[in-house]
Design a protein around this ligand. Structure first.
Ligand code: NAP
Length: 222
């Protein structure tokens, strides 16, 4: 009954499962997964022998106390309509969906809800997962979800009004910085004749080293 459910075995669902299980934050017998397609469920069962598989979202809701919605924003309302009637009310719903507010979630489920924004760099246990709890959250639920996501990087608590701006930095930022790395390496390779793969490696290392230097010395970027 105290299992963690993940609805949606797509990019984020896969990445979080991998992080939670590889870090030892959860074991396979503590996780139940539901997804729309049989192909995704079969891939999940093959990747993680012993994992719980639910045939429907409602079945997952009956088996889990913490339910992570890792579906696209346009799917969230339909999924909530399926799971909420199967719940007792003391569960905790965690949504990753951009643009689905705490109010939207609380209108569908008047219990513990949390919005969470992981980032692509969570796949390597780096970067910051943003966490924003709803009004009904209890201390134990808050700590449990914060602890779980700290297994895939840092966790920062934010107010909902801050979430969009913070998401731009923590979740969109890696894409922006990767584009800068690509441009810098490409321009250097074109101008100098340095092989592109070596230019990319040097640029990537330089960016990682600069971030480590700023973090460790506390020096201002300017
Ligand atoms: N990608 C990112 O970098 C990122 C970062 C932060 C937050 N997010 C948020 O994370 C969420 C998931 O994004 P994603 O990139 O992982 O999307 P995705 O790869 O499209 O995965 C979504 C998964 O949801 C499943 N699904 C769709 N409808 C469903 C339903 N009715 N019931 C059960 N499962 C259903 C699909 O399952 P099948 O494969 O079985 O069809 C699909 O695998 C989004 O809300 C997004 O805003 C994403």
């Amino acid at each position: 009954m105290d299992a963690v459910g993940i609805i949606g075995y797509g990019h984020m669902g896969r990445m979080l499962m991998n992080g939670f299980l590889s870090s030892g934050a959860l074991s396979t017998d503590e996780v139940v997964v539901a997804s729309r397609s049989r192909t995704s469920l079969d891939a999940c069962a093959a990747a993680w022998p012993g994992i719980g598989i639910a045939e429907t979202n409602a079945e997952l809701a009956r088996r889990c106390r913490l339910v992570v919605l890792a579906v696209r924003p346009r799917e969230v309302r339909e999924v909530l309509r399926e799971i909420v009637p199967a719940m007792d009310g003391d569960e905790h719903i965690v949504s990753l969906a951009a643009g689905i507010s705490l109010r939207d979630l609380e209108e569908a489920f008047p219990g513990s809800v949390t919005r969470v924004v992981p980032t692509v760099t969570s796949a390597v246990g780096q970067g910051t997962t943003l966490v924003c709890h709803g009004r009904q959250i209890g201390m134990n639920d808050a700590l449990r979800v914060e602890g779980l996501f700290s297994s895939v990087g840092n966790v920062m608590l934010v107010e909902e009004e801050e979430l969009a701006a913070a998401t731009l930095l923590s979740s969109c930022g890696p894409g922006l910085l990767a584009a800068v790395i690509e441009e810098l390496a490409d321009a250097t390779a074109r101008a100098s004749g340095l092989p592109k793969d070596r230019a990319v490696m040097l640029t990537t290392e330089m960016v990682a080293a600069t971030a480590a230097y700023l973090r460790e010395t506390g020096a201002a970027p300017a």
